[in-house]
Design a binder for this molecule. Sequence first.
Ligand SMILES: Cc1cc2nc3c(=O)[nH]c(=O)nc-3n(C[C@H](O)[C@H](O)[C@H](O)COP(=O)(O)OP(=O)(O)OC[C@H]3O[C@@H](n4cnc5c(N)ncnc54)[C@H](O)[C@@H]3O)c2cc1C
Length: 530
Amino acid sequence: MSQSLIRPMTEEYEEFLRDESRTSGKAESISFPNGENDIKKIVDELRREAVPITLQGARTGLAAGAVPSQGHIMNMSRMDRVTGMRKDQQNQFYIRVQPGVILSQLRKKIELKSFEHKGWSQECQKAYADFCDAPEQFFSPDPTEASATLGGMVACNASGARSYRYGSIRPYVTSLRVVLTGGEVLEIRRGEIKAKGRDLTLVTEQRDSLKISLPRYQMPDTKNASGYYVEDNMDAIDLFIGSDGTLGIISEIEIRLLKMPSVVWGVTCFFQQEQAVLDYVAEIRRSLTEIASMEYFDGDALEILRQQKKKGHTFAQLPDIDEKMQAAAYLELHVGTEEEALDHLEKIEAIMDKTGGDAQHTWVARVDVDRDRLLFFRHAIPESVNMLIDERKKQFPGITKLGTDMAVPDKHLHRIVSTYRASLKRQGLQSAVWGHIGDNHLHVNLLPRNEKEYETGKKIYAEWAKEVTALGGAVSAEHGVGKLKAHFLQVMYGEQAIEEMRELKKQFDPDGMLGQGNLFAFQSKGGGNS
Ligand SMILES: Cc1cc2nc3c(=O)[nH]c(=O)nc-3n(C[C@H](O)[C@H](O)[C@H](O)COP(=O)(O)OP(=O)(O)OC[C@H]3O[C@@H](n4cnc5c(N)ncnc54)[C@H](O)[C@@H]3O)c2cc1C
């Protein structure tokens, strides 16, 4: 039976060898399970030869976590059903989904309150009826790429603009089902299983007891998606969130929704100098509490948008960006009333005056359509950069974009930006910088024009990873480590911690079948290297 689930790799599956990091790998077979039973059958078959398995969601990842190095690809796109809903005593709603559900589609269903609920239990039907009568709800994690799957988002501990206020996906994951390579299944509900110090006991549905020793390292006190989440007395569910496809196969997820704030406004302010934005952000952080996101675009990113606007119909409706403007910050306000929003606008204007912004050049988006246009504009920058690099790759196939994903504590934002700027200037590299400035998490995108610049870019990226680590930051704050940042994980935690992570993986996946090359190299039981 599982033989027919496992298909040989042929040309028609070529696209599954790549993800959005634009790196490409190799595989001998591929499967598209329809449900947890299929996953178990496939794993049973592959276990006999300890065939490596690379898990895939929508392949929008930027760290090559879903790019196979050999063996089998398990692609979760057909597990795309919403399987139920529940409401708790505090009137919070929870939705159960298979891992291949796509974020944009889930958002639409939540917004329209329209779910295919045939086959749900009576309890779920009742919760759904209450959901339809309840005030508008939303799911806060928002990676810019809304074609991501929920499984991929959980595996990367994805965040996005609104994580400034609401955090990453982690606190919104309330239950997981995970298939292990031995064929056992874990069902973990948040709040039910806690570690004692760094010792954790898990019992599978097959009644096997797993006694797990957790690594001893301390995680940084910043936004973080680098390696396994471990802390004293931790909730067991957190170990699997952000595990980058290396510990188990996530087969079902329950997520928690939030009540939509009544008023959501977007405010984009422009500045003539980068330093002014850094001061503005620091002041906003000190003075205002109702900010959901604080996003940044530097002069190079704005120039990309000016060029896009010249070319495209979609951007034609956006106001012009004055040539003098060298930086911009987008704030999203989530408040209860329009009066509160206006009060915030006044305060923002005062902070702009104080820090060198210009109220004349400010866009305020009060309705969904204007906000959506700004979000589209936000998404267009990485897309344009990818297109630019694809063009350059035709002449220099060895190059890729080098995009950083590092965060530092609040007090080091000015310092790390000076470091980035000094290196870029010294090396004369082309770049565009944008990202989640509220979390001190900027994506510096190095855009090499040839192979020499690519090598230089890799060197300065490595220097920055050391500096970020020294400042108490994280080498990956949201994209995950995958394969492309495995060497930075070593810089961040050191060899001892990596060895402890290997030991942890061995306890779930002794043959090292899952996610070969993600996070760290792994010597499997049979002696093979993964
Ligand atoms: C233009 C652009 C903007 C982006 N902006 C953001 C952003 O703002 N914030 C952010 O967080 N990310 C961002 N990303 C990155 C990406 O969208 C996220 O990392 C997303 O969470 C990946 O989801 P996916 O379904 O594409 O996963 P994939 O890329 O397919 O896989 C990612 C990882 O998850 C593992 N995985 C997938 N499914 C499972 C499963 N069922 N069980 C266990 N492991 C699994 C894979 O093995 C891999 O290691 C952006 C990407 C692009 C292209």
